[in-house]
Design a protein. Structure first.
Length: 487
């Protein structure tokens, strides 16, 4: 038995024990992980800062977001209605007789989570993928990201303390480090792996998806990969609000040195004097941004390469870049523009440049802007900046945007993703491998479950969520009516 076999055998053993815990026990475990991470904050933050180059205020905020996510999932499973219990009682008088059928969501089994480099806490070891999988009743094997291996190990130690304190199976969460193409691949193709969560590059996510689909028994890979998050600026708002819009857009493009999956990489508008004015204001804003170190040398090298390639395309024109020289490992914030007809002819312009860069596409007409939107691939977000008059005249543009992304935003920037029940952080391929799910917010739990129908079971054999007296006091669909009453 090799190391990965042992890890996955342990995970499978943990599944058999963990899946039968009560929701309150699982919630207690999630809350205890949050408490242990908070207790380790003074140790965690400096290590994460050293490894990721991210500023301390950002890391403090991200750590709180991580523990709040864990507590949010704890509340979700304590409330309990997320299991989508549906009950149709028997009717022996019907011809043919109707059986008693009861459905709920059950955990899939061991889940492999790849830590993301750009969120060392919130999308990593105890991040959203781990929290949602544990909430569902699935054990987790984390493949830590090498760019913050020390942080990942420390967070895992906090999880281990929570395991001991709450007495859950010792292998409910495991942590491995190593190369993606060896260790990561071996985890994904292992027969006991039931699902995979990933945030990172398109090539990485696609490779994991392919490993999983070539298995004898394919399993789902929920990979959040590549998105350029187009923002449409409509004409009236450009006339009315150019100064405020240029400031908020520049801040969004350069937030965290552009290392967010929701970074606005594309700006679309119809050519006008107001657009020229807005772009010169935007260029002036970008000049003032001070370059900062990126997450790791690989991401810095990728940014530099992708930016150089983008700026060497025919028809592109720089409209603003940081006035300060970039030091070693630092990203150079840049805004460029291109005409709509040139954009339409060159697929390179549609590729993600991961970092503080955005491309303005200046279209000759609304028809050309529509053609550009239609040509774009699936996105995590799309935004429309508009006045009421703009909205009245451009419903078709907004309808088109709704087909493009998992989240459509009106008059706000796409960076900043609220963790809540209504959030969708997902979108059509290649933004993710499965547009039906989100990786942020409580419905992220749906990635790690499958519906099971129990037919003809006695009450004492059913899971609590489906029993007649409704001991968990959850909302259920009983004979086509929502109720939390007993049967
Ligand atoms: P990455 O290269 O996709 O790596 C993420 C994780 O996946 C790492 O653990 C990596 O293992 C593993 N992996 C990558 N390729 C693999 C393969 N072919 N087979 C198995 N495992 C594989 O992402 P990154 O290191 O965070 O950053 C690299 C680039 O990804 C960035 O420059 C940026 O373009 C993009 N990125 C995008 C987002 C987004 O949200 N859209 C977020 C972060 C990064 P190793 O440790 O062996 O590399």
């Amino acid at each position: 038995m090799n190391d990965i076999d042992r890890v996955m055998q342990n995970a499978q053993d943990a599944f058999n024990s963990y899946k039968i815990l009560t929701p309150a026990q699982r919630a207690g475990f999630l809350n205890e992980i949050a408490a242990e991470i908070e207790a380790a904050k003074a140790t965690l933050i400096p290590v994460a800062h050293e490894e990721s180059n991210l500023p301390l205020p950002r890391l403090n905020g991200e750590l709180s977001r991580t523990t709040n996510q864990l507590k949010l999932f704890a509340r979700l499973i304590e409330e309990g209605s997320w299991v989508e219990a549906a009950i149709d009682t028997a009717d022996k008088t019907r011809t043919p007789p109707k059986p008693d059928t009861r459905k709920m969501l059950l955990p899939v089994g061991p889940v492999v989570v790849f830590g993301a480099s750009n969120f060392p806490f919130a999308f990593s070891t105890a991040g959203g993928d781990t929290a949602s999988a544990l909430a569902s009743g699935s054990p987790v094997v984390i493949k830590g990201h090498s760019a913050h291996a020390g942080t990942s190990q420390l967070v895992f130690e906090a999880i281990q303390k929570a395991i001991v304190k709450t007495g859950v199976h010792p292998y409910t969460v495991q942590h491995v480090l190593g190369s993606g193409s060896t260790v990561g691949k071996a985890l994904v193709i292992h027969p006991y792996t039931s699902g995979v969560g990933f945030t990172g590059s398109f090539s990485g996510g696609k490779a994991l998806w392919e490993y999983a689909n070539r298995r004898e028994t394919p399993v789902p890979v929920f990979a959040e990969m590549s998105s350029i998050n187009p923002v449409v600026f409509l004409p009236d708002t450009l006339k009315q609000n150019a100064v405020a819009l240029s400031k908020s857009y520049a801040a969004s493009v350069t937030l965290g040195m552009g290392q967010f999956c929701t970074n606005p990489g594309l700006l679309l508008a119809v050519q006008s004097e107001a657009l020229d004015n807005f772009l010169s204001l935007l260029g002036a804003e970008i000049k003032q941004i001070i370059p900062q170190k990126m997450l790791h040398s690989g991401i810095h090298a990728s940014y530099h390469k992708a930016l150089t390639r983008a700026l060497s395309q025919k028809g592109i024109e720089k409209i603003g870049e940081s006035e300060q020289e970039a030091g070693e490992g630092e990203a150079f914030p840049t805004i460029a523009k291109v005409k709509g007809n040139i954009f339409l002819q060159n697929p390179h312009f549609r590729e993600e440049v991961f970092g503080p860069y955005s491309l303005a596409v200046c279209c000759s007409s609304k028809e050309e802007l529509t053609a550009v939107l239609k040509q774009l691939k699936g996105q995590l977000t799309t935004t429309v900046m508009a006045t009421d008059a703009d909205i009245a005249a451009n419903r078709d543009i907004i309808d088109l945007q709704t087909t493009l992304a998992g989240r459509i935003i009106l008059n706000d920037v796409p960076t900043g993703v609220e963790v809540c029940a209504s959030m969708i952080h997902g979108g059509p391929y290649p933004a993710t491998t499965d547009a039906r799910f989100t990786s942020v917010g409580t419905t992220a739990i749906k990635r790690w479950v499958r519906p099971v129908c129990f037919q003809g079971f006695n009450d004492n054999m059913l899971p609590d969520a489906l029993k007649n007296p409704n001991p968990l006091n959850i909302w259920r669909m009983v004979n086509n009516e929502w109720t939390n009453a007993a049967i």
